[in-house]
Design a protein around this ligand. Structure first.
Ligand SMILES: [Mg+2]
Length: 247
């Protein structure tokens, strides 16, 4: 029986693209204050265009090139810091809040998230979700080696909550890294596939067809989950409470 529900953060409880938009808006403000820079909205447009057309690793470089602004590594590092340290303008979607409110009466809730600090902490604060969780694991605090797919964050979670793996469900989005650790430990895994998730385009075609072939909240396979796939798939967070009752 499941008594603890653990959530991933980005693209699970909210759409991470909203955070990216907010981060690039902050970076645009910063760049606009440089000598001879264009106005912030033009800079934001260039950043967003580069980001959404695929220059995700070098968004700042390619946008500054497009804008004709000279830069060096120091400026790029500074922009990365502005992005990661900015206070994000993001809000928790209503369906996520409804589910957290509903589940907290019946289950112990927790959060386990990878990513840079303080960015992850600032997201949690902006979304106003701290109050729902008995425990929040920022894997970064355990060391970079402990980011998913490492199971270490999950081991720490079980120890902190003093609970057994078979009573825990982990809800997350990314089939490349999220489910390997919890599957190994015997935690039940549930993938949420939000329509706006950032990883959608890069997901391998076989996974997308598996996802659409698994009807709402249905079992993705009759056996124990192994490897990288989640045992269950949902397409809306609102499907979670009913699924948890069925499991
Ligand atoms: Mg995620």
């Amino acid at each position: 029986m499941i008594t603890t529900v653990v959530f991933d953060l980005d693209d699970t409880l909210y759409d991470e693209i909203e955070y990216c938009r907010s981060g690039f808006a902050s970076a645009a403000e910063f760049i606009a204050n440089l000598p001879k820079a264009p106005p912030a909205p033009d800079i934001f447009d260039a950043l967003w265009r580069q980001f959404t057309t695929g220059s995700r690793k070098n968004t700042f470089n390619t946008a500054l090139d497009e804008l004709g602004i000279r830069y060096n590594d120091g400026l790029i590092q500074e922009l990365v810091k502005v992005y990661r340290d900015h206070v994000p303008k993001i809000t928790l979607p209503a369906d996520s809040r409804d589910v957290l409110v509903e589940l907290r009466d019946k289950y112990t809730l927790a959060l386990l998230t990878d990513g840079f600090l303080p960015a992850q902490q600032l997201k949690v604060k902006a979304l106003g979700i701290e109050e729902y969780f008995k425990c929040i694991i920022y894997t970064e605090q355990l060391g970079r080696d402990c980011w998913k797919p490492s199971p270490i964050g999950f081991e720490k979670l079980l120890k902190t909550l003093n609970t057994k793996a078979e009573t825990v469900a982990y809800v997350a989005d990314n089939e490349k890294k999220d489910f390997i650790g919890p599957n190994k430990l015997g935690i039940l895994t549930i993938q949420i596939i939000r329509p706006a998730r950032i990883h959608t385009e890069s997901a391998p075609p076989f996974l997308l067809s598996l996802a659409s072939a698994s009807a709402d909240a249905s079992r993705s396979g009759g056996q124990e989950s192994r490897g990288a796939s989640a045992r269950y798939i949902v397409h809306e967070i609102g499907q979670l409470p009913a699924l948890l009752v069925k499991i």
